[in-house]
Design a protein around this ligand. Sequence first.
Ligand SMILES: [Zn+2]
Ligand SMILES: [Zn+2]
Ligand SMILES: [Zn+2]
Length: 145
Amino acid sequence: MSPESVAETLRNQGLKVTPRRLAAARLLFESGRAMTPEEVRERLRPALGRLGLPTTYRILDELAGTGLLTRVERDDRVLSYAACRAEPGRHHHHLVCTGCGRVEVVGCAFPASQRRDIERRTGFRVTGHRMQVEGLCGDCRRRGR
Ligand SMILES: [Zn+2]
Ligand SMILES: [Zn+2]
Ligand SMILES: [Zn+2]
C-alpha cells in the first residue's frame, strides 16, 4: 500500500495524517509480517526517535481501527500487529506463519449451513465469528523450521 493510500484511509476515517501513523503503517505493509509493539517501536526509532510503549500501542490500535492493520495472536499469546491487505469491507481471515510471522489474507470457509445449524441447536442468533489460520509459509518450510 502506498503512503498516499494510507493517508487517504486515515483521512476517510477522520484521523489526522501524522508522521508516526504513516511510518507505523508503512513499516508493517513493507515487512508483511506481524510485529509486537516493542518491535515496531525499535524499528521506528531511527526515523522517529524514542516512542513510549503506550504511545506505540495507541498508534497501532488506531491503525487497526481503520482496518489498515489487524491484531494477531501468536503462540506465546503475545499480541502483535500486521498489515491487512484485504479489500475493504470484505469478510476474510488471516493466515499467520508460526515461523516468521508472515500474514496473508484468506477467504472464509465457515458455511452458512453450519451457522443455521448452530442457531437451531442453541437458539442463538449468530452475528459473527473470529478465526486465525496458522501454518508454516513456503520459505520457512524450505528452511526446515
Ligand atoms: Zn484483514
Ligand atoms: Zn514463515
Ligand atoms: Zn469467516
